[in-house]
Design a protein around this ligand. Structure first.
Ligand code: PMP
Length: 405
């Protein structure tokens, strides 16, 4: 399969617009990716033709909606190489998936004094749910240190690992720095001391193929909206024995087998964890997006994105006054930087005036910003439709910003 980025761009109609009279250069893909026609059309078709509630209906529309909805689970199963579709659970996003594990697995199986490890580069979504659990249960949350270049300190991880560590929750790719963490090694080492591992794949799944069976992770989570799907939908993959042992996260319709005032029994997987009407359209949209994404040459796309990132970093380094934040040897999708004499939010605003969309601030990763003694960064983040021309526009835009200083 050859890679035709212009043909890919043509599938994303939002990219064709002008902002402040300039062609849009969308470099905020770590916050959310744009949606291809496959997703837009699937949502349109669902609401025009199939809209109905799933599972309980005794009519044709309900059957169609249910079939499409459950097909979505199979698509995600294939996307993650999960062993079975019922191990793919729906949530509202990465944030809710992590909260589900912290609340359901954590409250049941973690005890006072148990150590939970997260990395120092986590998104708040992979810190705060564990802090809440620690407050309630008396567990101890410890950060795995990060080196000044943004790389996880694996020697420090080894030193932290002992029999008291019962859970490790790490980000696959950092949204603030772009660091790709050695999650396979982390999982193998954590398992050796008897700890379970959750991988936050929010920033990983759009950049390279993920195989949860090869990784042997206990839980893997991501958000649909960061991999070309709709907002308000997330995935929690978990190993069967763990999901079976875990209590429901929420009570309500769909998650029960039988309800009576004498007592209630719960449904089987995956429904045990899916109380209430789910985000049906979201699942159908995500499935269409992932089918489109999986029809592309993903290895070639990962290579294209890597070349783009290297090109952008090399160009940015050449601009006087720009400091790259996060230069780990393995990175994906994200270039964070600072410009001397300019606050990141001013840089963002001046780039926006030129039609260039980036993100500025702490990127919901305050601890790593504190460690690096910076208030935040400017972040340019790439996706499958990003081009060298986008990078050139960013670099020219930054040169212009410098003239305002
Ligand atoms: N983890 C990481 C690494 C992220 O990048 C994000 C989103 N910025 C989240 C978690 C939270 O995702 P969501 O807001 O979609 O729940």
């Amino acid at each position: 399969m050859s890679l035709d980025i212009q043909a890919i761009r043509a599938q994303f109609p939002i990219l064709e617009q002008q902002v402040h009279g300039k062609p849009l250069v969308y470099l905020d893909n770590a916050a959310t990716t744009q949606k291809p026609l496959a997703v837009i059309n699937a949502l349109d078709e669902y609401y025009r033709l199939d809209n109905s509630n799933v599972h309980r209906g005794a009519h044709t529309l309900a059957d169609r909606a249910t079939q499409k909805f459950e097909h979505g689970r199979q698509v995600v199963q294939r996307f993650l190489n999960a062993p079975a579709p019922e191990l793919v659970l729906w949530s509202r996003g990465t944030t809710e998936s992590i909260n589900m594990v912290a609340q359901s697995y954590g409250r049941t199986f973690l005890q006072k004094g148990d150590v939970i490890l997260v990395s120092a580069m986590e998104h708040h979504a992979n810190i705060v749910p564990w802090q809440m659990l620690c407050e309630e249960k008396g567990c101890i949350l410890k950060p795995i240190p990060v080196k000044p270049n943004g790389e996880l300190d694996m020697a420090a991880f080894d030193a932290l690992l002992d029999g008291s560590v019962k859970f490790v929750s790490v980000v696959h790719v950092s949204n603030a720095l772009g660091t790709v963490n050695p999650v396979a090694e982390i999982i193998q080492k954590a398992h050796a001391v008897g700890a379970k591992v959750l991988v936050d794949g929010a920033q990983a799944v759009a950049h390279f193929p993920v195989d949860v069976q090869a990784l042997d992770c206990d839980f893997y989570v991501f958000s649909a909206h960061k991999v070309f799907g709709p907002t308000g939908l997330g995935v929690l993959y978990g190993k069967r024995e763990l999901l079976n042992a875990m209590p429901p996260y929420q009570g309500g319709g769909e998650m029960i087998a039988k309800v009576s005032f004498a007592g209630t029994t719960y449904n089987e997987l995956p429904y045990k964890f899916e109380a209430g009407t789910p985000h049906i359209a979201g699942v159908i949209g995500l499935a269409a997006g992932l089918e489109y994404f999986m029809s592309l040459d993903r290895i070639a796309l990962a290579q294209h994105e890597d070349e783009l990132l290297q090109y952008a970093m090399q160009k940015a380094r050449a601009i006087e006054g720009i400091t790259l934040i996060g230069e780990a040897p393995k990175k994906a999708g994200v270039m964070s930087f600072l410009m001397a004499g300019a606050h990141p939010s001013d840089v963002g605003m001046l780039l926006d005036q030129q039609g260039i969309a980036v993100r500025t601030g702490h990127h919901c990763a305050m601890p790593i910003m504190d460690q690096l003694c910076i208030p935040g960064t400017v972040r340019a983040s790439f996706s499958i439709y990003s081009t060298k021309a986008d990078v050139d526009a960013l670099i020219a835009g930054l040169e212009k910003v410098k003239m305002f200083l």
